[in-house]
Design a protein around this ligand. Sequence first.
Ligand code: C2O
Ligand code: CU
Length: 446
Amino acid sequence: MITRRATLACLSLTLIDITKAQTPFVLKAQTGEISLLPAGKTPVWSFNGEVPGPLLRIKQGEKLAVRFENMLDKSASIHWHGVRLPNAMDGAVGLTQPPIKKGESFLYEFTPPDAGTFWYHPHVHGHTSELLDRGLYGVLIVEEKSPPPVDREFVVVLDDWSLTEKGEILESFHDKHDAAHAGRIGGLLTANNASPLNLSVRRNERLRVRFVNVATAKIFWLKFQQMKPVMIAFDGQPSEPITLKDEQIVLAPGQRADLIFDITHGIDEIRTISAFDGRESKPIMLLTASKDEPVREKALQEVKPLPDNPLPKEINLAKAKRFEMILDGGMKPEAMHHHAHWTINGTATHDHGFKPFFKVKKGDVVLITIKNNSAFPHNIHIHGHHFRLLDGMDDGWKPYWLDSVLTLPREISRIAFVADNPGKWMLHCHMIEHQESGMMTWFEVV
Ligand code: C2O
Ligand code: CU
């Protein structure tokens, strides 16, 4: 039996069981080096010298205590993406905390209410894109009190890299062309820094794979060859178990999906997971069935739902406060002229010294209609809350929760949530180059 520790080691992710670690656990932003290309090492910025940073794992109901120390010349912070935490711990520089400069530190302490797959990254307007693209990110898992039985679990961190031939990260972080188009998209796609990632699987075993898209702009459109994964969670929250239509799933920047795989292929057979970019598919994971004895006689069939998280049972849309978000900009001449490429309701935002987009009372229901009038997709992310995606025809909603929603050009998404978490919360496109060129705002819950 392979232990979880061994499994993760082979994926070159270090597992930290934070409850057994010294409290608080220290995450240090520092320089480092990783191997992405055979041609040479890639100098990176990292948490504790690792990319992805240490895999933090706690149980639901346990406290997370992390002291962030910054050793880099750039200021930074840690935002806990998808965690419904107290506002002061949100890590949004300029809105919830000051920047942490070189030599400074900040203590993050909170008890995440939800079990699920989350991640962490700096959130400093003006250089989030550079910080993320140089490697500052990691995964936080909050384990269910009684996790569903699986044989093994994997965390797969998806990223894209813009590299020179020697393997150095291209320093074109503020490229205006990238910002005005789809964002900074790298040619090298990796899963846990490998391209592709090779996994040896056993016949008839059941895997839980937690996919996390940490890219600043790349949408991972995953295709599963001859496999029928079942989604049990999205964006960190349990979903109704869904057998993915057409064996594919789309993960926009920042999004996560927990998928159950029941391995049904024979010895030495390979199943490919690839990333499709509209034209071609690039293999990013290969699952090879080993010669080992099958784990059981027949692969399991039924997938049970995860236990519920403490999310609102009801969202009374009749009482909702309604808002509209018009997304626009890009190559349009007005936008280019002002170096403000992307707008929400006509405004491009470059700092937080502005009025909130809206202010609501704790417990209010918020319904936002997001209209994408531009020629590029946008992935609007909301801090501190999870929301429902409403159906276009009626007000029913999808059987999952989201913390960001991908809206394609000329399309409309309608989302609803209970504003139950007091504070000042960011609302922005998680294509970070879009956020940094204007597509962000915030709201307040009082
Ligand atoms: Cu993943 Cu505002 O962030
Ligand atoms: Cu965008």
